[in-house]
Structures are given as structure tokens and as C-alpha cells.
Design a protein around this ligand. Structure first.
Ligand code: AVJ
Ligand code: FE
Length: 440
């Protein structure tokens, strides 16, 4: 059965690699060569940089490290090292032109399929349960989401298309009480969980109340209409300074449209729909909204307990609905749609306590700075997570409509600067339970 397990794992990895490469191809084949080489925003890389960077990481970890094979092209390692090349400088680099970049990633992939045929899934930490392959699938999917954000920033005619998300099938509003007590945060057992999701550890939280759904455009528009962007009392000092300096008046990609708002989605203007989760807000905007609403952002632990804790068994699960991988009925993931689904669209994805849309739709800002869980060890490289630990970054949870299921689970952690909003970021609010609620 060991051999059979190995064959099943090999098949699963091959399918994930192929599925992921099809997405990368769709994102990079959608525009012409000149567009691939152009920088659409100083925050983003040219798409052709992401493409070859994905291949270069795959070469470094799978071809060279796991496979012990000769380099395909060691001369380009520095060009595609994210730490050596700041994003704004990447368009000026002597990057591989599109034809060469495509040939490079295809050559690397051929070698990886050859390696995958022969590799033994031993106890070596990099290969146990296919970890390095899973890491590379997730890495490519993360860059695919980054490329999707680049598409969102791109000027000009629309090139991406997808059906609209499902309509509401349940009421999804209101708040949910989460009782006081311990839960298990993080994981030791999810085979493809990344270093920052480990290890599992017990966390005790007092009773709290969390929104049953992400904050909607309608609610956010009420904050704007009430002068939320003009009153410093709702903002932290750093948030207010940023609001002033950047001239923030509404979420990114919004403009006034008669009495309401429109927003630009991948090259097309659409009316802002009141029951969809708000997207493209920074941490400071989320925090100001929460203060205006008489609430606060959830801590990262509060978010994870709401997403994983099963009151029937006391166990932490992989997802709000259980341990099964997400399907189209559970969550708006994987670029199946190009914007968040209205509140109530995924009743099958709700938690046992009735918290909806924790997975998919929008990344959710939490109030927590990005740090290692107690007992953290960097693996396999410090530059994935550890070098970002500290108070410069805030944690986001749950994934967006642009996040693939392979890079999204109840333990998955994302992070960004509190001023960033080109990512598919929204939020939900939380508050302390009142004494009456806590003892109910
Ligand atoms: C985890 C999304 C913050 O895109 O900067 C990609 C993921 N790390 N290549 C990022 C990542 C290395 C990372 N985030
Ligand atoms: Fe990367």
C-alpha cells in the first residue's frame, strides 16, 4: 500500500501542477507581448517577470534541490530573486522576453514531470508527503493571484471574463457569538501547510462576537455618506496620516455614479452592488469603518476560531464546513468569478455557528501583526515568512475570489502592509461579548 499511496500522491501532484499551469497560461496569454513586458503599476511586476520567477523557483526547489539535477539556467537566478530586485525596478531589468520566458518555464516543467516519475516520497522533510511540490503549486497560485491583481490595475480594454458569482441562497447578515474557551490554532498535520501555519498550539479566547459575513459595499457606502473619511476620530493616527497623504475618499477602483457608486472590475465599469462584500480597502480603512460601526477588527486568533472550531467536538477543522476540500458550492475561490459574491451566496460554506464566507470572496484584514506561531521554525527558507515578522505587516485571512483552493485553508496566513489595497482585501468586524452575552 505504500507504493500505491506513492502512486496516488504522484497523480495528485501531476494534476495540481497541470491545473495551475493552465491558470498561469490563461493570465499571460490574455495580453500581447508588449503588455506582458510593461509595468502596469509601480506596485506590481511586469507579468513576464512573474512568469519566469515562477519557473525559477520551481527550478531552484524541485529541479536542483529535490532532484539534485544540473541547473537549467543559473545565469538568471538574480534577475528573478524577489529580494534582490525591488518591484519598481523590475521593468528595467534584462528580463527574458515572452517567448524565452515561456520556453524556460516549459523546460523546467518537463524536468519536474521527469523527476516526479522517479522521486521517492521518503521522510526527507522536503519530500515527505510531496511537500516541496505542494509548496511550488501554492507559490505559482499565489503569483497567479498577484497577476490577477495586475490585470485589475491594467488600463485599457477588458481581456478576462468569467460568469457572475451565485445569487444569495440564505440570509447571511447579523452577528454570531463565539463562546469563551480554548481552541487549537495552526496545524501539525496538514501536509502542505507552510511554515507560518505551524505548529498547532492551544489558544484561549474570551467570548466574542463576530460578523456573520464580510462588511458589504452598502454598509461601507453608509460610512462614506456619514463623512467617515472626513473625521479623524474614526482613524488611528497612522491611518489618518495615510488617509490625508494618499487623499483616500473611497475604496480603490470606485467612482461616483449619480447618487451611487460604480467600480472598475478588470476593465469594465459596473454599479456597486450593496450586498457584495467591499473589496480593495486597506487596513486603515477597515479599522476606521469598524470604529465608526462601534466595533473593531477581529484578531487573527478570533478569525481562526470562527473558521475552524467545531462546537460539537471541540476540534479544529481545515475549513468552516469540515475537513473536505472546497468545491464550487462551498466558496468563491480560484478566479471562477471575477468579484466577490453577495452575502448569503454560500450557505454550504458556513461554519457550525453560522459564520458565512470566511473562505473566498475577499481576504479579511485582522488586527494582528504577522509573527511566527509559538514554536515556529522557518522551513524551507527564511524568506518565505520569517523575514516579514514584526509590526510592519498585518495578517489577512480566508482567501479571495482570486485565491486557488490549494493556497487557501483555515490555517493559511497572508500578510501585507496596512496601506495596501491593490490586493483583493476586505474585512469583517468583531467586538467583545457583553457580560450578558458571555454568560448566556
Ligand atoms: C504571502 C502573498 C505575501 O506574494 O509576496 C510569493 C507570497 N512569497 N513568492 C507574496 C509569495 C514568495 C507572498 N504573500
Ligand atoms: Fe515568489
Amino acid at each position: 500500500t505504500d507504493r500505491r499511496d506513492g502512486e496516488a500522491l504522484r497523480g495528485r501532484i501531476a494534476a495540481e501542477l497541470a491545473r495551475t499551469r493552465a491558470r498561469t497560461a490563461a493570465l499571460t496569454d490574455a495580453v500581447d507581448d508588449e503588455d506582458l513586458m510593461r509595468q502596469h503599476s509601480p506596485l506590481m511586476s511586469p507579468l513576464v517577470w512573474d512568469l519566469a520567477h515562477v519557473g525559477n523557483q520551481e527550478e531552484l526547489w524541485l529541479v536542483r534541490d529535490v532532484g539534485g539535477r544540473a541547473p537549467v539556467r543559473h545565469d538568471i537566478d538574480d534577475l528573478y530573486d524577489a529580494f534582490k530586485q525591488p518591484r519598481r525596478d523590475r521593468p528595467a531589468l534584462p528580463l527574458l522576453p515572452p517567448t524565452e520566458a515561456r520556453a524556460y518555464v516549459a523546460t523546467v516543467r518537463d524536468k519536474v514531470f521527469d523527476l516526479l516519475d522517479r522521486v521517492a516520497f521518503t521522510d526527507r522533510p522536503l519530500v515527505v508527503d510531496g511537500f516541496a511540490f505542494g509548496m511550488i503549486v501554492q507559490h505559482e497560485q499565489q503569483h497567479d493571484e498577484t497577476m490577477l491583481a495586475t490585470h485589475q490595475l491594467r488600463a485599457g480594454a477588458a481581456v478576462l471574463d468569467a460568469p457572475p458569482p451565485p445569487e444569495p441562497r440564505a440570509r447571511g447578515g447579523g452577528e454570531v457569538l463565539v463562546p469563551a474557551g480554548e481552541f487549537t490554532m495552526g496545524t501539525d498535520t496538514d501536509p502542505w501547510a507552510l511554515d507560518n501555519e505551524r505548529p498547532a498550539h492551544r489558544v484561549r479566547l474570551p467570548a466574542y462576537v463576530i460578523d456573520a459575513a464580510p462588511v458589504t459595499n452598502g454598509a461601507y457606502a453608509a460610512f462614506i455618506a456619514d463623512g467617515g473619511y472626513d473625521e479623524s476620530r474614526w482613524w488611528s493616527p497612522a491611518g489618518w496620516a495615510h488617509r490625508q497623504e494618499a487623499g483616500l475618499t473611497a475604496p480603490m477602483h470606485w467612482r461616483r455614479d449619480g447618487d451611487g457608486w460604480a467600480y472598475r472590475r478588470f476593465g469594465r465599469w459596473a454599479p456597486v452592488r450593496a450586498d457584495e462584500p467591499v473589496v480593495h480597502v486597506c487596513f486603515h480603512e477597515a479599522e476606521a469603518y469598524a470604529a465608526w460601526a462601534g466595533k473593531r477588527l477581529p484578531t487573527e486568533a478570533e478569525w481562526e476560531k470562527a473558521a475552524r472550531w467545531d462546537p460539537a467536538t471541540g476540534r479544529s477543522r481545515r475549513y468552516p464546513w469540515g475537513d473536505e476540500d472546497p468545491t464550487a458550492a462551498h466558496a468563491n475561490l480560484g478566479q471562477r468569478h471575477l468579484w466577490p459574491a453577495p452575502v448569503g451566496a454560500y450557505p454550504a460554506g458556513a461554519s457550525p455557528l453560522g459564520v458565512h464566507q470566511l473562505i473566498g470572496d475577499v481576504w479579511e484584514w485582522t488586527s494582528t501583526s504577522f509573527r511566527g506561531h509559538p514554536g515556529f521554525t522557518a522551513f524551507p527558507y527564511r524568506e518565505y515568512s520569517e523575514v516579514f515578522f514584526g509590526d510592519d505587516y498585518r495578517v489577512l485571512r480566508g482567501g479571495s475570489f482570486g485565491t486557488d483552493r490549494s493556497a487557501c485553508r483555515g490555517t493559511f496566513r497572508n500578510w501585507d502592509y496596512p496601506i495596501r489595497r491593490q490586493i483583493f482585501s476586505g474585512f469583517r468586524c468583531a467586538r467583545d461579548a457583553t457580560p450578558e452575552e458571555a454568560h448566556a
